[in-house]
Design a binder for this molecule. Structure first.
Ligand code: AQP
Length: 332
């Protein structure tokens, strides 16, 4: 059976981008067709300035939201990265295979390093080596497929390179994975700045729809979305990025097609109203289930405990094999 691994980083409240670009596909498709692992990648959240209590809170919230969105622990494994030591163990070995140049070429590193500097902070070494830890996350489980949004594709390419290099140097150890992408909403853009991705740790709050935003907050954010100077509603990512983003969100939420929807509307106002309502309806069941799960924290903890146990059992043989292959003396 195909094995699928994907993760979500507790660096902020989960957004509509996380949902449409990743979680929805995990729930509707991946957990049913594959042996799927979904991980709260909390170690990755430490690569930028953070408040420890907030990371803990966001990790719990992300796990609760994944279950609220419909991940079913009977069908898939949901767990927290730091509960499984194999990620960090393997990451070090892969650092011994990756190069400094490869790390510095990563677009996300350049963007996030620039952001840390803009905020007056220093760039942590772990931000540079982040893609190696991500490669370890994937390779430890022998994942065949990694469902990701557009922005993570480069990291999966690097993971492939590292797997191939390790296998060639030290003998076949890792499955070489490939990235898979959702067909709609692969990249949801910020409502206030449609040239940038809707990222959960960005500063422009009004441009980001969070999964737990109240309906009226969602409506306000969508109604205030930046549009373009033209008046007619047409789908054109290059010259009309704001309108194109709204059409893509509407299409992803209502099941339509952005080009065709472009022909339906005569004003930006009507497009925004329908988009806001479509988003509110998509979020409603997730928010309701989230509320129920918050009333039963023991359930979420139990899911994470079982998930970590299952994940550990899957990862350990591969990581132990990598330790032996690279030349380390077995401890027993
Ligand atoms: N705007 C987006 N559109 C489509 N997909 C997105 N994803 C994130 N934002 C969008 C996808 O969600 C999954 C989990 O992402 P992540 O939380 O691990 O990391 P990220 O991509 O770095 O997300 P953020 O929100 O931008 O976090 P910060 O701001 O902390 O960097 C991934 O599959 C991702 O592609």
């Amino acid at each position: 059976m195909t094995r699928v691994f994907s993760g979500i980083k507790p660096t902020g409240h989960l957004t509509l981008g996380n949902y449409l670009g990743a979680m929805r596909q995990w729930v509707a498709v991946d957990q049913h067709r594959a042996e799927a692992l979904f991980c709260i990648v909390d170690l990755h959240a430490l690569t930028v300035d953070h408040d420890p209590a907030r990371v803990r809170r966001l990790s719990r919230q992300a796990a609760t939201l994944l279950l609220a969105a419909g991940l079913d622990p009977r069908l898939c494994t949901v767990f927290v990265q730091s509960h499984v030591d194999e990620h960090a163990r393997l990451s070090y070995l892969l650092e011994c295979v990756a190069t400094d140049g490869e790390m510095r070429r990563m677009i996300q590193y350049k963007e996030k390093a620039a952001r840390e500097q803009r905020r007056g902070g220093s760039v942590r070494l772990s931000l540079l080596t982040y893609p190696v830890l991500m490669a370890a996350d994937i390779l430890a489980y022998g994942a065949d497929e990694v469902p990701v949004g557009d922005d993570q594709v480069q990291h999966v390419e690097l993971t492939r390179d590292l797997a191939v290099r390790f296998n060639q140097r030290y003998g076949h150890t890792f499955v070489v994975p490939r990235a898979t992408r959702p067909t709609v909403a692969a990249r949801v853009m910020n409502l206030q700045d449609p040239a940038s991705k809707m990222g959960k740790s960005d500063d422009t709050g009004p441009g980001i729809v969070y999964l737990l935003d109240e309906p009226d907050v969602v409506r306000r954010k969508v109604m205030r979305a930046v549009t373009d100077s033209g008046r007619d509603v047409v789908y054109d990512r290059e010259s009309r990025p704001g309108v194109a983003n709204l059409l893509e969100i509407l299409a992803a939420c209502s099941g339509g097609n952005p080009e065709a929807l472009g022909g339906v509307y005569e004003s930006y106002g009507a497009l925004k109203r329908d988009t806001a309502e479509a988003v509110v309806e998509v979020l409603r069941p997730v928010q309701e289930r989230h509320k129920e799960l918050c009333a039963d924290p023991g359930y979420v903890e139990g899911v994470l405990r079982d998930g970590a146990e299952r994940a550990r059992a899957m990862a350990r043989p591969t990581v132990d094999a990598a330790y032996r292959a690279i030349g380390l003396l077995p401890a027993d």
